[in-house]
Write a protein that binds this ligand. Structure first.
Ligand SMILES: *Cc1c(COP(=O)(O)O)cnc(C)c1O
Length: 374
């Protein structure tokens, strides 16, 4: 089995998606599975669809096109505002897109007219995290423009908090989004089918018993993949945090001093070499994985191992238990940044854990069966 590799447990991913879809359905909220962190991995996306997500959200039209080619048939929502240079592709392959710019809406409408299609539009509203979004005071004008373009269909409004400045979704912002939806409906005599409250950062707010108001949709990535909410990285009760793990291989294992010797300058990835204390001679191992494969600071090592550092192609760990051996494999949990980079690296293979014919994981001491994808 090649290393480094991501091991993807579809049963656990299915459990995470099914659990959230069912929980949120009780609050009248539908889920779009956001696949950007797994680059639209077709088996993950199919697992989410089987678990009941209503659509797939992606930032990149290239991924949406690949999913269409792979035969994934649920509606695709482009969750990042389309580039003007890509509107034709967006209209051709995404059922709908999130938008905040009038010029893009006009270009989408022109492309949709040319292609004889109607493109769905979710207008994103800025609620304070200062990434994408129309300022609330300008929303009515942009909605009017959208409604005046017959090849566009105003599906609803949405917001995105947390990603840029860590702003927490809460009663205030979500009530504001609800009120904006109701105001638009009253102003224009339309019915908005979607009020998309946000991403995985909205889950703690709902779990705390908040009334969703008009919010009837969330776009979830991290919670489905990693079982955590992004703002405090807390585990979402009942979800697996190890549905996807990274396996790397030991290429050197030695006892070495903890203090480097010689005159020191910059390191590969830090401007200043960190001050060090002498902790004597320790058991160290080098793993064949590095900054080019994963964000090392987003790796959680198994108990007994500590990550000492990393460069482009090496990860250094120190062990307190039994010494690692050359050729041995070490398994890490990942955070979102580590997962994103590992999925994107051409050097990390992706292995899907096979299900037994009965659809149940094999238990007991048997080695896990793996189906290499790449
Ligand atoms: C990435 C993204 C999401 C998903 O965020 P998670 O924190 O992974 O749930 C949702 N909406 C938009 C607009 C995004 O860019």
């Amino acid at each position: 089995m090649s290393a480094p590799r991501l091991e993807i447990d579809l049963d656990r991913l299915h459990h995470n998606a099914r659990t959230l879809v069912e929980r949120l359905a009780c609050q009248g909220i539908a889920v779009t599975g956001v696949s950007k962190a797994c680059l639209g991995h077709p088996e993950i996306v199919r697992t989410w669809v089987a678990a009941g997500v209503s659509s797939i959200g992606e930032s990149r039209i290239e991924t949406i096109e690949a999913l269409a080619r792979a035969g994934v048939a649920v509606p695709m929502l482009l969750i990042r505002s389309p580039m003007l240079s890509q509107v034709e592709r967006v209209v051709a392959h995404a059922a709908s897109s999130c938008n905040s710019e009038p010029a893009v809406l006009e270009a989408l409408a022109a492309a949709a007219t040319r292609q004889g299609r109607r493109h769905g539009v979710v207008l994103m509203v800025e609620l304070g995290d200062l990434r994408e979004g129309i300022l609330p005071a300008d929303l009515e004008a942009v909605a009017r423009l959208t409604l005046a373009l017959p090849s566009l269909r105003l599906m609803g409004i949405g917001s995105n908090l947390g990603c840029q400045h860590g702003v927490r979704p809460g009663d205030g912002t979500m009530a504001e989004l609800s009120a904006l939806a109701t105001a638009l409906e009253g102003r224009f005599g339309v019915q908005l089918e979607l009020v998309s409250g946000g991403n995985s950062a909205n889950l703690p707010w709902l779990a705390a018993g908040a009334a969703p108001g008009r919010i009837n949709h969330l776009r979830l990535g991290e919670a489905l993949l990693l079982g955590r909410e992004p703002l405090d990285r807390t585990v979402i009760p009942g979800l697996h945090t190890d549905a996807i793990t990274l396996v790397a291989e030991v290429i050197e294992a030695k006892r070495k001093p903890t203090l480097p010797w010689g005159d020191r300058g910059h390191t590969s990835f830090a401007a200043t070499a960190a001050p060090l204390t002498d902790r004597g001679v320790r058991q160290r191992a080098l793993l064949a994985v590095g900054e080019q494969d994963v964000n090392p600071s987003g790796l959680e090592p198994p108990p007994g191992l500590t990550i000492i550092g990393a460069s482009s192609d090496h990860l250094i760990v120190e062990g307190s238990g039994a010494a690692l051996r050359v050729g041995e494999e070490v398994r890490f949990n990942l955070d979102y940044s580590a997962l994103l980079r590992a999925m994107t690296s051409p050097f990390v293979s992706r292995c899907v854990l096979a299900r037994s014919p009965a659809g149940r994981r094999s238990v007991g001491g048997q080695p896990k069966q793996l189906l290499p994808l790449k």
